[in-house]
Design a protein around this ligand. Structure first.
Ligand SMILES: Cc1cc2nc3c(=O)[nH]c(=O)nc-3n(C[C@H](O)[C@H](O)[C@H](O)COP(=O)(O)O)c2cc1C
Length: 281
C-alpha cells in the first residue's frame, strides 16, 4: 500500500514555475467590476483559509462544494476511497445544492486541494456539471508539493470553451504566506490595483555547485516524498532573496526515469532557511 501511495503522490504531485521583478504599476481590468464568487472544496480546511482570503481581497461572495458522502477519513482512507472510485470511473455523486446561483456570477474563483495531481474529486464533479461558458474561472489550490499547472490543464481539457486563467497555488505548509501571495497574484492578474516588483526570467540552466546542492538539501531534505536528484539549476533575483529552479532526475508514476523542476526561495532575511515552494512534474 505504502508503495502505491508513494507512486501516486510522487507521480502526481505537481507545481509550476513563475516568471515575474522592479516596481511595476498594474492597471485594473474590467474583472474588478464584475460580480464574483469564490467557490471551494476543502477536506482539511487549508483551501478554506485561502478561499476566505480570496473572498476578502476581492469582496466576492463565498460558498463551498459539499459532497453528500463527505471525504472524512484519514489521508490513507481518502486515497483508498478515491482509488476505488477511479477504478469504477465514479465521481462523488450527490453534491448538495449550493446556497448561491452560479449563473449570476461573471467570475468564479474555484478553489480545491490537489488530489492525485488534479482538482479534488468533488470539484471536478461540480465542474463537469456546470456550464461555465461566458464566465471567467480563476482556479486556486493548495497542495503538498504541487499541482496547479496540471490541475488547470485538466480543467481546460474538460471545458475548452471556458475562459480559465492560470490561477494561484500554494503548498499547505506555506499557508502563512498566502495572504501576501494572493495580494500579489491579484495585482499581477490586473484584478486589483497596485504596484508589484517586476520579476526577471530565470538565467541559463547550468550544473550545480556545492552551495547550490546544499541549498536544495536544506530546502527539500525533509519532504516526505523524494523529489529526485538535482542535476541542473538556474536562478534569479526576487524582491526579498534569490529563487532557484532545480531540474531533478526522478521517476514517473510507472517508475520510468523522468525530470521535474523543484523551486526553492532563499530569503535575504536573517534566520530564514531555504524554502521549497513547489515542484513541477
Ligand atoms: C487523496 C489525496 C490526494 C492528494 N494528492 C496530492 C498530490 O497529488 N499532490 C500534492 O502535492 N498533494 C496532494 N495531496 C495533499 C493535499 O493537496 C494538501 O494536503 C491540501 O493542502 C489539502 O487541502 P484541504 O485542507 O483544503 O483539504 C493529496 C491529499 C489527499 C487527501
Amino acid at each position: 500500500m505504502k508503495k502505491t501511495l508513494f507512486a501516486i503522490l510522487v507521480a502526481l504531485s505537481l507545481v509550476g514555475c513563475g516568471n515575474q521583478q522592479k516596481p511595476t504599476e498594474v492597471k485594473c481590468s474590467q474583472r474588478h467590476h464584475t460580480k464574483s464568487l469564490v467557490l471551494y472544496y476543502s477536506q482539511t480546511h487549508v483551501t478554506e483559509k485561502v478561499a476566505k482570503l480570496f473572498a476578502e481581497a476581492t469582496s466576492a461572495d463565498l460558498d463551498s462544494i459539499v459532497p453528500v458522502e463527505p471525504y472524512n477519513g484519514s489521508f490513507t482512507e481518502t486515497i483508498e476511497r478515491c482509488q476505488k472510485e477511479m477504478e469504477k470511473n465514479e465521481k462523488p455523486q450527490l453534491i448538495k445544492p449550493m446556497n448561491v446561483d452560479v449563473a449570476e456570477y461573471d467570475t468564479v474563483y474555484l478553489g480545491y486541494p490537489i488530489w492525485f495531481g488534479v482538482a479534488a474529486r468533488p470539484v471536478e464533479a461540480w465542474f463537469m456539471r456546470f456550464d461555465l461558458r461566458g464566465k471567467t474561472v480563476i482556479p486556486f489550490c493548495t497542495f503538498g508539493s504541487g499541482g496547479l499547472e496540471t490541475s488547470v490543464a485538466a480543467l481546460r481539457r474538460m471545458a475548452p470553451s471556458v475562459n480559465i486563467l492560470d490561477g494561484f497555488g500554494i503548498r499547505s505548509v506555506r499557508i502563512d504566506k498566502a495572504e501576501e501571495e494572493i495580494n500579489e497574484f491579484l495585482i499581477r492578474s490586473g484584478i486589483k490595483p497596485g504596484t508589484v516588483e517586476e520579476i526577471p526570467p530565470f538565467g541559463m540552466k547550468r550544473s550545480l555547485n556545492d552551495e547550490e546542492k546544499a541549498i536544495f538539501d536544506a530546502a527539500c531534505g525533509d519532504y516526505i516524498f523524494p523529489l529526485g536528484t538535482p542535476v541542473l539549476v538556474s536562478s534569479r533575483t526576487v524582491k526579498n532573496g534569490t529563487e532557484y529552479c532545480y531540474v531533478t532526475d526522478c521517476k514517473d508514476q510507472d517508475g520510468k526515469p523522468a525530470r521535474s523542476e523543484v523551486y526553492v526561495i532563499v530569503s535575504n532575511e536573517e534566520g530564514v532557511g531555504p524554502e521549497f515552494t513547489k515542484v513541477v512534474r
